[in-house]
Design a protein around this ligand. Structure first.
Ligand code: ADP
Ligand code: MG
Length: 702
């Protein structure tokens, strides 16, 4: 770490305005989420540095990959200009010389490296052109025999403008002020073999020299275990409390499975699967309650979630309420609208459609219908939350592909229904919520990560589906693939050709799509090749999708806009280019666009070699299984839970130390204790939640 710059004038300013600089520090700390003393105390080190010992320079050369601390006397100090300006210092101890190299440095630094000065430096040693060297070591000038710290040095998660030193001081100050009362009684600690809170925290901030370092680093040390347990306990308490709070809220009981629901079931062109029936029964049982449902409907791609949602909607409508369905893309919302309106309009239901791209006049009309209550079922995109629209009597909120929405967005939609118009007893009521997702979440994750949520699973596909066969093909065989597309189209099949994902640039992605389209038009002159991407106007998108649905287009070149939900049963061949760039769940979603009809479907994953390990694993998984739950399980293995769920999921924000995979037993223990505490010790519950969650708990109430 470079020595702090000396800036006398800035220092004077700082003295003149200590108050504002303290405020600024508070602001900076707040940006790290550190608002209270307890927040600071629980800001635990990411890792530790061992500055407690000094090794000889010779020994340091053999500590491959690990930082070493050495002490030596400066023998030379020069500023070199080739290949670029840099400060090169040589120090030596009895075992030999060592070069310290600085690419960024201040002029004043050269003075610290006066020949004969004693330098304590810490970094990894590399073997460079001039022999052993450290690049940008942390260092200080010391006198012979200067004391070494007796504890490992903590390294904290830091942020812009907050140095380790500042954090260390702020934390040490906070430790003097906080209330250390242990929220776990001695009896509980003894039973679960947990360390006392204060001792554990102090140890983690200042680990003694003789500590089991491996346990500290792997976070298996008893002090860490206590932190993880406390954190999980807070999470469990919070989840349970959110559930109790939800149950205490009012909701309109949607108790009529009446004329419309029955007529709808009777006109469906198919019979519900056993799984659909079971899940529908679960949803119905929730809807008749006088507290709001919060249910996640999981089911693999193509398992038939939409019809279950539609039946939930008819129950709301039968009971005299409005229902709303929000989807993450226009294409999907449009498709839902057509499908559901196609089912329901003949039965006399007013279905209204609201997206951002509606013309002003149509939008105003839609809004009026929603506000008057005339619109019984509303289908749309994010526009539903963005536009100034209030529902007259919103009874049910359905969110499709819920993982595509943030917590805040789901909350906003729900709040559209928070009108007292719905309340019969004068209190505010909350609409029931049904969330749908094809991205299956393993049960333990669902329970611990999501805010208070019931889960229903459709674990069966409608009959007559043949599993999609997946082949992984090297890009160099593109010609063959094009021939295959041609042959398939001549047999009357329809084909999706998915363009590579280019995360860095939407423009580039667009360009690739356009180029691919041009190539395919040329290579397949006797076929109709369409193109759909995110930049098209809504009407244009719809036109293309319609033509594809009607079979007028045989090959549809598409970006990931078709990723979720799109349903064209006659499409039975899918080509995905640069499949190695997609994540597993995305590939699974894409592949789910085929295999929806009765013909056997094929998915060709083109890749560009060489493949990395992770990409190889992903493609192999895709080839080996079509089971979404299995895929999710492997995805979890490959990526770990944090990334798996995406940063926006709610409960995740609550876990910093515990790891749901390795700390499973702690999760169980925390869950059991949470139950007991809620019944027996409300004060402890409050204290524990305040300590661990503070303001963050709000996040869980969604
Ligand atoms: P997802 O669960 O992926 O949202 P959809 O709801 O889009 O799946 O359903 C996929 C297709 O299966 C649709 O064409 C739908 O009409 C059809 N479908 C749904 N349920 C059944 C069933 N029980 N029998 C036959 N087809 C069904
Ligand atoms: Mg769907």
């Amino acid at each position: 770490m470079p020595v702090p710059k000396k800036m006398p004038s800035a220092k004077l300013d700082a003295v003149a305005s200590t108050a504002t600089s303290a405020e600024k520090l508070a602001d900076k700390l707040a940006r790290l989420g550190l608002r209270s003393d307890m927040d600071l105390v629980l800001h635990l080190p990411l890792r530790y540095e061992d500055e407690t010992r000094i090794v000889s320079i010779a020994e340091a050369g053999f500590m491959f990959g690990r930082p070493a601390q050495v002490e030596g006397i400066v023998t030379t100090c020069t500023v070199q200009f080739r290949p670029r300006r840099q400060l090169v210092v040589t120090i030596a101890d009895d075992s030999g010389p060592l070069v310290l190299r600085f690419l960024n440095f201040y002029g004043s630094q050269t003075r610290q490296f006066t020949e004969g000065n004693r330098i304590r430096a810490r970094a990894e040693v590399r073997h460079g052109f001039l022999g052993a060297e450290m690049v940008h070591p942390q260092y200080k000038v010391v006198l012979e025999g200067a004391p070494l710290p007796s504890a490992l040095t903590p390294v904290y998660p830091a942020g812009e403008g907050v140095s380790q030193l500042v954090l260390r001081r702020a934390i040490a100050d906070a430790m003097k002020r906080v209330d250390w009362t242990d929220t776990l009684s001695p009896a509980v600690r003894q039973r679960l073999q947990l360390e006392p809170f204060e001792a554990a925290v102090r140890l983690l901030h200042n680990p003694p020299q003789d500590i089991d370092e491996a346990a500290l680093i792997e976070r298996s040390h008893p002090a860490w275990v206590r932190m993880k347990f406390d954190e999980l306990l807070a999470q469990q308490l919070s989840l349970k409390r959110a559930q109790l709070a939800r149950r205490a809220k009012g909701a309109a009981a949607l108790s009529k499975f009446g004329r419309l629901s029955k007529a709808f079931l009777a006109t469906l062109p198919f019979k519900l699967t056993t799984a659909q029936k079971r899940v529908l029964a679960e949803v119905r049982a929730d809807l008749v309650q006088t507290f709001p449902m919060q249910r996640l409907l999981q089911g693999d791609v193509g398992s038939g979630k939409t019809v279950v949602a539609a039946l939930a909607a008819t129950q709301a409508i039968d009971s005299g309420f409005q229902a709303v369905l929000m989807a993450p893309t226009e294409i999907l919302a449009d498709q839902h609208f057509r499908k559901i309106a196609g089912w329901m309009a003949p039965l006399g239901v007013q279905v209204v459609w609201l997206t951002g791209s509606l013309k002003k006049k149509d939008k105003t009309e839609a809004q009026a219908a929603i506000e008057s209550g005339q619109a019984q079922l509303v289908i749309g995109t994010h526009a539903l939350i963005q536009e100034a629209v209030q529902f007259a009597r919103l009874g049910l909120v359905i969110v499709d592909e819920q993982h595509r929405f943030g917590v805040g967005q789901r909350l906003a939609l729900r709040n559209k229904g928070l009108t007292d118009a719905v309340a019969t007893d004068g209190g505010v009521t909350v609409p029931h919520q049904l969330m749908m997702s094809a991205t299956p979440i393993p049960r333990t994750l669902a329970m611990t990560y999501y805010a208070d949520l019931e889960v229903s699973v459709i674990d069966q596909l409608p009959p007559g589906r043949t599993p999609v066969v997946t082949r992984v093909i090297d890009q160099v065989r593109r010609e063959e693939v094009i021939n295959r597309v041609h042959a398939a189209a001549q047999e009357g099949r329809q084909v999706y050709w998915v363009c590579p994902l280019i995360e860095e640039s939407e423009a580039l992605q667009l360009q690739t799509a356009t180029e691919t389209h041009a190539t395919l038009v040329e290579a397949l002159p006797d076929l109709q090749v369409g193109l759909v991407h995110g930049r098209l106007k809504t009407a244009e998108k719809q036109e293309v999708m319609d033509a594809f649905t009607r079979g007028e287009i045989q090959v549809l070149v598409a970006t990931t806009v078709i990723e979720v939900g799109v349903d064209v049963p006659n499409a039975s061949l899918m080509v995905i280019e640069h499949a190695e760039r997609f994540g597993l769940s995305q590939l699974h979603q894409l592949r789910g666009r085929v295999g929806r009809g009765s013909t056997a479907s094929i998915c060709l994953l083109l890749y560009q070699s060489p493949l990395g390990m992770v990409a190889k694993q992903r493609l192999a998984t895709m080839r080996e299984t079509t089971d979404g739950f299995e895929i999710a399980r492997r995805d979890l293995e490959i990526r770990g839970p944090g990334e798996f769920l995406g940063a926006r999921q709610s409960g995740q924000a609550l876990l910093r130390f515990a790891d749901l995979e390795t700390d499973q037993w702690l999760v169980e223990a925390a869950r059991t204790l949470a139950q007991t505490l809620l019944h027996e010790d409300p004060h402890v519950v409050e204290a524990h939640l305040a300590r661990w969650l503070g303001a963050r708990e709000e996040f869980l109430k969604v």
